[in-house]
Write a protein that binds this ligand. Structure first.
Ligand code: PMP
Length: 365
């Protein structure tokens, strides 16, 4: 078969290890997964109630226009309904954007390390990826601007960035948007937006209304605790949405997901509580790093990248054997790091105890 040549250079996305696989392999009863930045507190009770009382027939295709969710979200964000696009997770929106704008004569610019799927989708479309190294863990916006050329069709910004947890301050983002030519789409991936507490963070939805070449991507997979139902959305002006819509597959957002996300938006108290608990959880990690003289990036997200000053795969393996699944920094561009999702108070205590043991063992090995 004549596969696209570039496909042969790719491996499928490597998700965090599954709980079931680890339980079986290590014969452990209790496994805690802190690898995929999911919400340790699950989702709002109101979502569960809505799902239980739902009348949705599984035999009927989902609403292809996402009518109710669109209405609820538009009103929540104070945007027009035609300024929204929905995806089967924000992964799907990254794919749609790539499909619509990238091809072998185009390039896209992104930071490195950042979320893997920008480059992955660019490769599938045969486009060149210009990867601009982070500067002290942050997007190097000057260098990203300098990388723009005639073939640049998309610039990917991940703020807060996965895997560093760092963000782009408002003044820097605005100065950047002012300079990007208006025929280049800037994608601002804000998967962790709801966790941000920084004072100099921006109002991205307002920016999307102001800059005609900006699309903001968000998701219900993180703080909303609905990763299994796969709902992401994009906010942009209506001409961007209109151009992207034909590249969206029909019925890409499932019925239960639409129902759950609509209910989830209505419970902002749950989001507030999760955000607060996350900040308290991050403090546990900061304290541990302070006590153990480990470097980390201050995080605006529900994960933290810690430099363990030893092989990230080795730390990962130690933690796995103690029942904690985290992400080795090795595959994420930080060979001596681990990325750990902030869990509940008890989960954090547990994983940090195990991490302390791993560090101690490594010193005696
Ligand atoms: N963007 C970023 C930065 C992410 O970390 C993730 C999840 N790992 C996604 C997008 C995709 O999230 P989802 O498809 O679940 O919405």
């Amino acid at each position: 078969m004549r596969w696209k040549e570039q496909l042969l250079t790719l491996t499928p996305y490597q998700p965090g290890k599954s709980i079931e696989a680890v339980k079986k392999q290590y014969k452990l009863d209790q496994i805690v997964k802190l690898a995929s930045n999911e919400n340790p507190f699950g989702c709002s009770e109101q979502v569960l109630t809505a799902l239980q009382s739902n009348q949705t027939s599984l035999a009927i295709y989902p609403d292809g226009y996402t009518t109710n969710l669109r209405e609820t979200l538009a009103s929540f964000l104070q945007v027009d309904e035609d300024e929204l696009i929905f995806g089967n997770g924000s992964d799907n929106l990254i794919q749609i954007i790539s499909r619509a704008l990238l091809h072998p004569n185009a390039n896209s610019i992104m930071a490195t390390p950042t979320f893997s799927q920008y480059k992955h989708n660019a490769v599938i479309e045969g486009a060149v990826s210009k990867e601009i190294p982070l500067l002290n863990g942050e997007h190097d916006l000057e260098a990203m601007l300098a990388a723009i050329d005639e073939q640049t069709n998309v610039i990917w910004l991940c703020s807060p960035n996965n895997p560093t947890g760092t963000y782009i301050p408002e003044n820097k983002l605005i100065a950047f948007l002012e300079k990007v030519p208006s025929d280049i789409l800037v994608v601002l991936d804000e998967a962790y937006f709801e966790y941000v507490v920084a004072d100099d963070y921006y109002d991205s939805v307002n920016l999307a209304r102001k800059y005609e070449n900006l699309i903001v991507l968000r998701t219900f997979s993180k703080i909303y605790g609905l990763a299994a139902l796969r709902i992401g959305y994009g906010v942009a002006n209506r001409s961007i949405i209109k151009a992207l819509e034909p590249a969206r597959e029909p019925f890409n957002v499932n019925s239960l997901g639409q129902l759950a996300a609509s209910a989830a938006i209505k419970d902002q108290e749950f989001i507030k509580v999760c955000k607060e608990k996350n900040r308290q959880g991050l403090e546990q990690f900061y304290q541990f790093c302070g006590e153990n003289e480990l470097d980390f990036y201050p995080s605006q997200t529900n994960f933290i990248l810690i430099d363990c000053k030893m092989d990230g795969d080795q730390v990962f393996q130690h933690l796995l054997e103690r029942g904690y699944i985290v992400r080795s920094g090795k595959a994420l561009g930080f060979p001596t790091g681990v990325r750990i999702t902030v869990g509940s108070y008890e989960q954090n205590v547990g994983v940090l105890k195990a991490l302390g043991e791993s560090l101690a063992i490594s010193k005696t090995e």
